[in-house]
Design a protein around this ligand. Structure first.
Ligand SMILES: CC(C)(COP(=O)(O)OP(=O)(O)OC[C@H]1O[C@@H](n2cnc3c(N)ncnc32)[C@H](O)[C@@H]1OP(=O)(O)O)[C@@H](O)C(=O)NCCC(=O)NCCS
Length: 195
């Protein structure tokens, strides 16, 4: 199925430049900034994320996280990025293209978080807009999916601004903050107009 094969970014996932943001693969020397930002943003993020393991913000857990990211990229299963503000190289959040399915699907799922001090300043809109050409270009995906809890106004607005279309409601779709929660399903096709 040569038609559906893609370029492997195994060893060097490229950095992606957006409008005032830079997306690049997480590195070990991001640990301090990442742990500090996640701790500072705990109350802001935890209602919308899977439960954080007790050791999540430790250096060994971060090392394991990076190992998993590298394996996933090598297997073309997921590509994880940290988002930096270009003007001063500050880590502001993260964006992952995960659950990549090849074959007849050519689909991946977007996940994202913004550090609380940087929320509502347009950074995630710029990061998602930067990732889309990478997903539909070099990665040759046909479809990007994202799911969010119906009360997550910020996430809904973000997706709709970027051109994602709501396709339905999946019942008790993901276990978020310890509860199986309904999610709106959104998707953007490579042929859709971009927001
Ligand atoms: C969802 C999230 C990533 C958005 O990141 P962000 O950098 O704040 O997003 P942007 O600044 O690009 O804003 C995108 C749109 O959402 C709107 N928005 C952002 N936060 C909002 C809020 N709390 N309430 C209402 N609208 C909000 C913005 O105003 C903007 O719309 P506009 O241009 O029409 O004004 C961020 O709010 C977040 O990390 N939330 C907690 C974790 C989470 O929800 N993860 C995703 C689970 S699906």
């Amino acid at each position: 199925m040569a038609l559906f094969r893609t370029v492997s970014f195994a060893e060097s996932v490229p950095a992606i430049e957006g409008d005032g943001v830079l997306l690049r693969t997480p590195q070990m020397n991001d640990f301090a900034a990442w742990a500090q930002l996640r701790e500072q943003s705990r109350d802001f993020l935890t209602p919308w994320e899977p439960i954080w393991p007790a050791d999540d913000l430790t250096r060994p857990a971060f090392r394991r996280r990076l190992r998993r990211y590298a394996e996933d990229a090598r297997s073309d299963l997921a590509y994880a990025f940290f988002i930096f503000r270009e003007s001063d190289n500050t880590l502001v959040g993260g964006l992952t293209l995960a659950n990549i399915r090849r074959g007849v699907a050519q689909t991946g799922s977007l996940g994202y978080w913004m550090g609380a001090p940087y929320a509502r300043q347009g950074y995630m809109t710029r990061a998602v807009r930067a990732l889309i050409p990478f997903a539909f270009g070099p990665l040759r995906l046909h479809r990007l999916e994202a799911a969010c809890i119906p009360t997550n106004t910020a996430s809904i607005r973000l997706l709709e601004k970027c051109g994602f279309v709501r396709e339905g409601l999946a019942r008790r779709y993901l276990c978020i903050n310890g509860l199986w929660q309904d999610h709106f399903l959104y998707a953007l096709l490579s042929s859709d107009p971009r927001g």
